[in-house]
Write a protein that binds this ligand. Structure first.
Ligand code: NDP
Length: 289
Protein backbone atom coordinates (compact mmCIF):
# COMPACT_ATOMS: atom_id res chain seq x y z
CA UNK A 1 0.00 0.00 0.00
CA UNK A 2 1.22 3.48 -0.87
CA UNK A 3 1.65 5.39 2.39
CA UNK A 4 1.12 8.81 0.86
CA UNK A 5 -2.21 10.30 1.74
CA UNK A 6 -4.16 13.35 0.64
CA UNK A 7 -7.20 15.33 1.65
CA UNK A 8 -9.81 16.28 -0.91
CA UNK A 9 -12.32 19.03 -0.21
CA UNK A 10 -15.11 19.28 -2.76
CA UNK A 11 -16.86 16.24 -4.14
CA UNK A 12 -18.56 17.40 -7.31
CA UNK A 13 -18.05 15.09 -10.31
CA UNK A 14 -14.39 16.17 -10.47
CA UNK A 15 -13.51 15.71 -6.79
CA UNK A 16 -15.23 12.33 -6.77
CA UNK A 17 -13.26 11.16 -9.81
CA UNK A 18 -10.02 12.32 -8.17
CA UNK A 19 -10.77 10.59 -4.88
CA UNK A 20 -11.63 7.35 -6.71
CA UNK A 21 -8.33 7.37 -8.63
CA UNK A 22 -6.24 8.02 -5.50
CA UNK A 23 -8.02 5.12 -3.77
CA UNK A 24 -7.44 2.81 -6.74
CA UNK A 25 -3.72 3.63 -6.62
CA UNK A 26 -3.53 2.82 -2.92
CA UNK A 27 -3.28 6.35 -1.56
CA UNK A 28 -4.87 7.24 1.75
CA UNK A 29 -7.73 9.68 1.13
CA UNK A 30 -9.55 11.89 3.61
CA UNK A 31 -12.67 13.65 2.34
CA UNK A 32 -14.86 16.55 3.27
CA UNK A 33 -17.76 18.02 1.32
CA UNK A 34 -20.44 20.55 2.28
CA UNK A 35 -23.10 18.02 1.33
CA UNK A 36 -21.73 15.19 3.44
CA UNK A 37 -23.59 12.38 1.67
CA UNK A 38 -21.40 12.75 -1.42
CA UNK A 39 -18.54 11.11 0.52
CA UNK A 40 -20.47 7.94 1.35
CA UNK A 41 -19.77 5.85 -1.77
CA UNK A 42 -16.06 6.72 -1.55
CA UNK A 43 -15.97 5.92 2.18
CA UNK A 44 -17.33 2.49 1.31
CA UNK A 45 -14.28 2.07 -0.94
CA UNK A 46 -11.86 2.95 1.86
CA UNK A 47 -11.76 6.75 2.07
CA UNK A 48 -11.90 8.43 5.47
CA UNK A 49 -14.89 10.72 5.80
CA UNK A 50 -13.90 13.64 8.04
CA UNK A 51 -16.59 14.78 10.44
CA UNK A 52 -15.69 18.44 9.94
CA UNK A 53 -13.43 20.52 7.73
CA UNK A 54 -10.75 20.97 10.42
CA UNK A 55 -10.40 17.23 10.78
CA UNK A 56 -9.99 16.98 6.99
CA UNK A 57 -7.30 19.67 6.90
CA UNK A 58 -5.45 18.27 9.93
CA UNK A 59 -5.31 14.79 8.37
CA UNK A 60 -2.80 15.63 5.61
CA UNK A 61 -0.26 18.25 4.57
CA UNK A 62 -1.59 18.18 1.02
CA UNK A 63 -5.16 19.40 0.64
CA UNK A 64 -6.78 19.35 -2.81
CA UNK A 65 -9.64 21.78 -3.36
CA UNK A 66 -12.09 20.92 -6.14
CA UNK A 67 -14.79 23.54 -5.76
CA UNK A 68 -17.02 25.55 -8.08
CA UNK A 69 -14.90 28.69 -7.70
CA UNK A 70 -12.65 30.56 -5.26
CA UNK A 71 -15.65 32.01 -3.35
CA UNK A 72 -16.40 28.46 -2.23
CA UNK A 73 -12.85 28.18 -0.89
CA UNK A 74 -13.31 31.25 1.32
CA UNK A 75 -16.74 30.02 2.44
CA UNK A 76 -15.07 26.84 3.67
CA UNK A 77 -11.63 28.01 4.89
CA UNK A 78 -12.78 31.18 6.65
CA UNK A 79 -14.53 28.93 9.14
CA UNK A 80 -11.61 26.55 9.50
CA UNK A 81 -8.97 26.80 12.21
CA UNK A 82 -5.21 26.57 11.76
CA UNK A 83 -4.06 26.37 8.12
CA UNK A 84 -0.33 26.84 8.78
CA UNK A 85 2.07 24.48 7.09
CA UNK A 86 -0.56 23.19 4.70
CA UNK A 87 -0.31 23.05 0.93
CA UNK A 88 -3.59 23.76 -0.84
CA UNK A 89 -3.76 22.61 -4.43
CA UNK A 90 -6.66 24.64 -5.72
CA UNK A 91 -8.13 22.96 -8.78
CA UNK A 92 -11.23 25.17 -8.82
CA UNK A 93 -11.61 27.28 -11.96
CA UNK A 94 -11.60 31.05 -11.63
CA UNK A 95 -9.83 34.15 -12.90
CA UNK A 96 -6.03 34.59 -12.61
CA UNK A 97 -6.65 37.57 -10.29
CA UNK A 98 -8.75 35.43 -7.93
CA UNK A 99 -6.00 32.80 -7.87
CA UNK A 100 -3.37 35.45 -7.00
CA UNK A 101 -5.52 36.91 -4.19
CA UNK A 102 -6.14 33.45 -2.78
CA UNK A 103 -2.42 32.62 -2.79
CA UNK A 104 -1.79 35.79 -0.72
CA UNK A 105 -4.71 35.00 1.58
CA UNK A 106 -3.32 31.53 2.26
CA UNK A 107 0.25 32.83 2.68
CA UNK A 108 -0.97 35.25 5.34
CA UNK A 109 -2.25 32.19 7.21
CA UNK A 110 1.06 30.32 6.92
CA UNK A 111 -0.15 28.06 4.11
CA UNK A 112 0.82 27.83 0.48
CA UNK A 113 -1.16 27.46 -2.70
CA UNK A 114 -0.54 25.64 -5.93
CA UNK A 115 -3.04 26.76 -8.56
CA UNK A 116 -4.28 24.15 -10.99
CA UNK A 117 -6.33 24.24 -14.18
CA UNK A 118 -7.58 20.76 -15.08
CA UNK A 119 -7.94 20.40 -18.85
CA UNK A 120 -10.03 17.24 -18.94
CA UNK A 121 -13.50 16.17 -17.80
CA UNK A 122 -13.83 13.76 -14.85
CA UNK A 123 -13.48 10.79 -17.25
CA UNK A 124 -9.92 11.95 -18.04
CA UNK A 125 -8.78 11.78 -14.41
CA UNK A 126 -6.26 8.98 -13.81
CA UNK A 127 -5.01 9.04 -17.40
CA UNK A 128 -1.38 9.97 -18.02
CA UNK A 129 -2.20 11.61 -21.38
CA UNK A 130 -4.51 14.10 -19.61
CA UNK A 131 -3.00 17.38 -18.52
CA UNK A 132 -3.38 19.99 -15.81
CA UNK A 133 -1.70 23.41 -15.73
CA UNK A 134 -0.01 24.20 -12.41
CA UNK A 135 1.61 27.35 -11.07
CA UNK A 136 2.94 28.63 -7.75
CA UNK A 137 6.11 28.10 -5.70
CA UNK A 138 8.28 25.70 -7.69
CA UNK A 139 9.67 23.78 -4.72
CA UNK A 140 6.16 23.20 -3.38
CA UNK A 141 5.03 21.94 -6.77
CA UNK A 142 8.09 19.68 -7.10
CA UNK A 143 7.51 18.24 -3.64
CA UNK A 144 4.00 17.10 -4.61
CA UNK A 145 4.42 16.51 -8.33
CA UNK A 146 4.42 12.73 -8.08
CA UNK A 147 1.18 12.71 -6.13
CA UNK A 148 -0.48 15.16 -8.52
CA UNK A 149 0.60 13.04 -11.47
CA UNK A 150 -1.69 10.31 -10.20
CA UNK A 151 -4.54 12.54 -11.42
CA UNK A 152 -3.19 13.77 -14.78
CA UNK A 153 0.05 14.83 -16.40
CA UNK A 154 1.39 17.96 -14.66
CA UNK A 155 2.31 20.98 -16.78
CA UNK A 156 4.10 23.50 -14.52
CA UNK A 157 3.77 26.99 -16.04
CA UNK A 158 5.71 29.12 -13.51
CA UNK A 159 5.79 30.81 -10.11
CA UNK A 160 2.97 33.34 -10.61
CA UNK A 161 -0.09 31.76 -8.94
CA UNK A 162 -2.28 33.30 -11.64
CA UNK A 163 -0.53 31.52 -14.52
CA UNK A 164 -2.30 28.16 -14.35
CA UNK A 165 -5.67 29.95 -14.27
CA UNK A 166 -4.56 32.20 -17.12
CA UNK A 167 -3.57 29.32 -19.40
CA UNK A 168 -6.83 27.60 -18.52
CA UNK A 169 -8.90 30.68 -19.39
CA UNK A 170 -7.02 31.27 -22.65
CA UNK A 171 -7.72 27.70 -23.66
CA UNK A 172 -11.37 27.86 -22.59
CA UNK A 173 -11.72 31.06 -24.65
CA UNK A 174 -10.91 28.91 -27.68
CA UNK A 175 -12.96 25.95 -26.50
CA UNK A 176 -16.29 27.71 -25.96
CA UNK A 177 -16.10 29.83 -29.09
CA UNK A 178 -15.20 26.78 -31.18
CA UNK A 179 -17.91 24.59 -29.68
CA UNK A 180 -20.55 27.30 -30.21
CA UNK A 181 -19.44 27.59 -33.82
CA UNK A 182 -20.07 23.84 -34.06
CA UNK A 183 -23.55 24.24 -32.57
CA UNK A 184 -24.37 27.13 -34.88
CA UNK A 185 -23.23 25.12 -37.89
CA UNK A 186 -25.39 22.20 -36.73
CA UNK A 187 -28.44 24.44 -36.38
CA UNK A 188 -27.87 25.60 -39.96
CA UNK A 189 -27.52 21.97 -41.00
CA UNK A 190 -30.63 20.98 -39.03
CA UNK A 191 -32.73 23.78 -40.59
CA UNK A 192 -31.85 22.13 -43.89
CA UNK A 193 -32.68 18.59 -42.77
CA UNK A 194 -29.10 17.47 -42.09
CA UNK A 195 -28.55 15.67 -38.78
CA UNK A 196 -25.58 15.97 -36.44
CA UNK A 197 -24.71 12.36 -37.29
CA UNK A 198 -24.76 13.09 -41.04
CA UNK A 199 -22.57 16.12 -40.56
CA UNK A 200 -20.20 14.45 -38.05
CA UNK A 201 -17.38 13.49 -40.50
CA UNK A 202 -17.36 17.00 -41.98
CA UNK A 203 -17.37 18.65 -38.55
CA UNK A 204 -14.39 16.53 -37.54
CA UNK A 205 -12.59 17.24 -40.80
CA UNK A 206 -13.05 20.99 -40.32
CA UNK A 207 -11.76 20.90 -36.74
CA UNK A 208 -8.82 18.70 -37.77
CA UNK A 209 -7.80 21.21 -40.41
CA UNK A 210 -7.29 23.93 -37.79
CA UNK A 211 -3.86 22.82 -36.45
CA UNK A 212 -2.41 23.30 -39.94
CA UNK A 213 -3.60 26.93 -39.94
CA UNK A 214 -2.29 27.48 -36.41
CA UNK A 215 1.16 26.14 -37.41
CA UNK A 216 1.23 28.29 -40.53
CA UNK A 217 0.15 31.57 -38.93
CA UNK A 218 2.02 31.29 -35.59
CA UNK A 219 5.41 32.71 -36.73
CA UNK A 220 3.68 35.43 -38.76
CA UNK A 221 1.54 36.49 -35.79
CA UNK A 222 4.55 36.55 -33.44
CA UNK A 223 6.41 38.68 -36.02
CA UNK A 224 3.41 41.02 -36.28
CA UNK A 225 3.21 40.29 -39.98
CA UNK A 226 -0.15 39.80 -41.71
CA UNK A 227 0.55 39.74 -45.45
CA UNK A 228 -2.38 39.04 -47.75
CA UNK A 229 -0.44 36.51 -49.83
CA UNK A 230 -2.58 33.46 -49.02
CA UNK A 231 -5.78 35.05 -47.75
CA UNK A 232 -7.22 38.53 -47.71
CA UNK A 233 -9.43 40.03 -45.02
CA UNK A 234 -11.76 41.33 -47.73
CA UNK A 235 -12.26 37.77 -49.00
CA UNK A 236 -12.92 36.56 -45.45
CA UNK A 237 -15.48 39.32 -44.86
CA UNK A 238 -17.40 38.31 -48.00
CA UNK A 239 -17.31 34.68 -46.87
CA UNK A 240 -18.69 35.50 -43.41
CA UNK A 241 -21.35 37.68 -45.04
CA UNK A 242 -22.45 34.60 -47.04
CA UNK A 243 -22.76 32.61 -43.78
CA UNK A 244 -24.92 35.34 -42.23
CA UNK A 245 -27.22 35.31 -45.28
CA UNK A 246 -27.37 31.51 -45.52
CA UNK A 247 -28.38 31.52 -41.83
CA UNK A 248 -30.99 34.23 -42.40
CA UNK A 249 -32.44 32.29 -45.35
CA UNK A 250 -32.67 29.21 -43.13
CA UNK A 251 -34.62 31.23 -40.54
CA UNK A 252 -32.11 30.61 -37.74
CA UNK A 253 -30.37 32.90 -35.27
CA UNK A 254 -27.58 34.92 -36.89
CA UNK A 255 -26.02 36.54 -33.82
CA UNK A 256 -22.85 34.44 -33.82
CA UNK A 257 -21.78 34.91 -37.48
CA UNK A 258 -23.02 38.51 -37.28
CA UNK A 259 -20.63 39.13 -34.37
CA UNK A 260 -17.81 37.62 -36.43
CA UNK A 261 -18.77 39.83 -39.38
CA UNK A 262 -18.64 42.90 -37.10
CA UNK A 263 -15.02 42.11 -36.22
CA UNK A 264 -14.16 41.73 -39.92
CA UNK A 265 -15.84 45.08 -40.64
CA UNK A 266 -13.80 46.81 -37.95
CA UNK A 267 -10.65 45.38 -39.56
CA UNK A 268 -11.82 46.64 -42.96
CA UNK A 269 -12.52 50.08 -41.47
CA UNK A 270 -8.91 50.08 -40.20
CA UNK A 271 -7.78 49.71 -43.81
CA UNK A 272 -6.73 46.06 -43.42
CA UNK A 273 -8.81 44.65 -46.33
CA UNK A 274 -5.68 43.59 -48.24
CA UNK A 275 -4.03 41.92 -45.24
CA UNK A 276 -4.63 38.43 -43.90
CA UNK A 277 -7.58 37.83 -41.56
CA UNK A 278 -4.93 37.35 -38.85
CA UNK A 279 -4.64 41.15 -38.79
CA UNK A 280 -7.92 41.00 -36.83
CA UNK A 281 -5.76 40.29 -33.79
CA UNK A 282 -5.07 44.05 -33.79
CA UNK A 283 -8.84 44.64 -33.60
CA UNK A 284 -9.15 42.20 -30.69
CA UNK A 285 -6.27 43.79 -28.78
CA UNK A 286 -8.33 46.91 -28.13
CA UNK A 287 -11.74 47.12 -26.45
CA UNK A 288 -14.63 48.17 -28.70
CA UNK A 289 -14.42 51.98 -28.96
P1 NDP B 1 -19.12 21.34 -9.17
O1 NDP B 1 -19.51 22.76 -9.29
O2 NDP B 1 -20.11 20.30 -9.49
O3 NDP B 1 -18.53 21.00 -7.72
C1 NDP B 1 -18.78 21.85 -6.79
C2 NDP B 1 -18.18 21.46 -5.45
O4 NDP B 1 -17.99 22.70 -4.79
C3 NDP B 1 -19.16 20.64 -4.64
O5 NDP B 1 -18.43 19.81 -3.78
C4 NDP B 1 -19.89 21.72 -3.85
O6 NDP B 1 -20.41 21.28 -2.63
C5 NDP B 1 -18.76 22.69 -3.60
N1 NDP B 1 -19.21 24.04 -3.31
C6 NDP B 1 -19.69 24.98 -4.17
N2 NDP B 1 -19.99 26.11 -3.53
C7 NDP B 1 -19.69 25.88 -2.22
C8 NDP B 1 -19.79 26.69 -1.05
N3 NDP B 1 -20.22 27.93 -1.08
N4 NDP B 1 -19.40 26.13 0.11
C9 NDP B 1 -18.94 24.86 0.15
N5 NDP B 1 -18.83 24.07 -0.91
C10 NDP B 1 -19.20 24.58 -2.09
O7 NDP B 1 -17.85 21.23 -10.03
P2 NDP B 1 -17.04 19.96 -10.62
O8 NDP B 1 -16.83 18.91 -9.61
O9 NDP B 1 -17.62 19.60 -11.93
O10 NDP B 1 -15.68 20.71 -10.90
C11 NDP B 1 -14.88 21.25 -9.87
C12 NDP B 1 -13.96 22.30 -10.46
O11 NDP B 1 -13.21 21.72 -11.52
C13 NDP B 1 -14.72 23.50 -11.05
O12 NDP B 1 -14.03 24.67 -10.75
C14 NDP B 1 -14.68 23.22 -12.53
O13 NDP B 1 -14.70 24.42 -13.29
C15 NDP B 1 -13.37 22.49 -12.70
N6 NDP B 1 -13.38 21.63 -13.87
C16 NDP B 1 -14.44 20.80 -14.09
C17 NDP B 1 -14.51 20.03 -15.23
C18 NDP B 1 -15.68 19.13 -15.47
O14 NDP B 1 -15.81 18.63 -16.60
N7 NDP B 1 -16.53 18.87 -14.48
C19 NDP B 1 -13.43 20.08 -16.24
C20 NDP B 1 -12.31 20.90 -15.86
C21 NDP B 1 -12.32 21.67 -14.74
P3 NDP B 1 -21.88 20.61 -2.57
O15 NDP B 1 -21.70 19.19 -3.03
O16 NDP B 1 -22.27 20.72 -1.15
O17 NDP B 1 -22.76 21.41 -3.50
Amino acid sequence: RNRTSVTIIGLGPMGQAMAAVFLERGYGVTLWNRTAGKADALAAKGAIKASDVNEAIAANDLVILSLTDYEAMYAILEQAGDLSGKVFVNLSSDTPEKAREAAKWLEARGARQITGGVQVPPSGIGKAESSTYYSGPREVFEAHKKTLEVLTGADYRGEDPGLAALYYQIQMDMFWTSMLSYLHALSLASANGITAEQFRPYAIETMQSLPMFIEFYTPRIDAGEHPGDVDRLGMGAASVDHIVHTSKDAGIDTSLPAAVLEVFKRGMANGQAGNSFTSLIEVFKKPVP
